[in-house]
Design a protein around this ligand. Structure first.
Ligand SMILES: [Zn+2]
Length: 164
């Protein structure tokens, strides 16, 4: 990188931080509000339901380290459920190896997820969460395979696999 570009890069950092602060008010809550009242659990109730790792992903929008989930290599037929409330989210037929290190799907079960935009990495990303309990699952990108062209990049810790 030449000197000019380096300097430009260092000017960009404060500008981006300012933008991030400006966008902060429209940043959403750590986890989305659920649509079903039954799943309006308190922080303590969620903590007692989930492992600390799953709590971090589902309720605090965390991301597990790549290539750490056993579900990454799960190739059996079955259904992937929300680890928070057990709602079925993805079918094994729609899972594929994206090479990213996270379980990836090109489509979700209709009505099972909802999306919103987050600014965690400054650049807007589309976060998605379970439509029933609001638990954070992952992010969806437009570089997936046909027919949808979508890549649902999911945290394995947010899922529970039920083989057929
Ligand atoms: Zn759920």
């Amino acid at each position: 990188m030449n000197q000019f570009l380096t300097r430009r890069f260092f000017i960009l950092i404060p500008i981006m931080s300012i933008l991030k602060i400006i966008f902060k008010p429209i940043q959403v809550l750590a986890s989305s509000l659920n649509s079903k009242e039954d799943w309006n659990l308190s922080k303590e109730q969620w903590k007692s339901r989930l492992s600390p790792e799953s709590y971090y992903i589902l309720r605090e929008e965390g991301t597990e380290r790549a290539f750490t989930s056993q579900l990454n290599n799960e190739k059996r037929q079955g259904v992937f459920h929300c680890a928070g409330c057990d709602l079925p989210l993805f079918l094994s037929e729609k899972k594929y190896d994206s090479g990213t290190g996270w379980p990836s799907f090109w489509d979700s079960i209709q009505g099972s997820i909802e999306t919103k935009v987050d600014f965690k990495l400054i650049v807007p990303r589309t976060e998605y969460h379970c439509s029933r309990c609001g638990g954070h699952q992952g992010h969806v990108f437009n570089d997936g395979p046909p027919p949808t062209g979508k890549r649902y990049c999911n945290n394995g810790l947010a899922l529970r696999f039920v083989p057929n």
